[in-house]
Design a protein. Structure first.
Length: 128
């Protein structure tokens, strides 16, 4: 579906295919049970790079980019992937820490996670 979306230059199809890739991984994780997947940070970075490169591929350009621009973009993508691995590894490490707490502490954690997602969504919306 991703290849078809790229071939047709259809951003909606690309977005849905990325959503399905994430959902497939989520279903695979759910099928494994309670076992933590230590490769999740690598998958997160791979999915992020796939999304970045796919949407870069959708941009029409009649001009061939200069090598300096390509090198800078490559460094940006490498930094983005490294940051994704770092953040995902930190979240994974935090998730594996046994915590004894009340329902209020759990609710506070859910609220914090929700606020982080809202922040990420706002940052992503401001980028487009």
């Amino acid at each position: 579906m991703l290849a078809l979306g790229l071939a047709l230059r259809a951003p909606t199809a690309v977005a849905w295919s990325l959503l399905l890739l994430g959902a497939e991984y989520g279903a695979w994780l759910a099928g494994r049970g309670a076992e933590v997947d230590t490769r999740a940070p690598l998958y997160a970075a791979g999915l992020l790079l796939t999304a970045e490169l796919a949407f870069d591929g959708l941009e029409r350009s009649a001009v061939r980019p200069e090598s300096e621009v390509v090198a800078r973009r490559s460094l940006q993508l490498a930094g983005l992937a490294l940051a994704a691995i770092t953040v995902a590894a930190a979240v994974l490490a935090a998730a594996t820490i046994p915590v004894r707490g009340s329902v209020a502490l759990t609710a506070l954690g859910v609220l914090a996670a929700t606020l982080v997602l809202v922040l990420v969504a706002r940052l992503a919306a401001g980028r487009t």
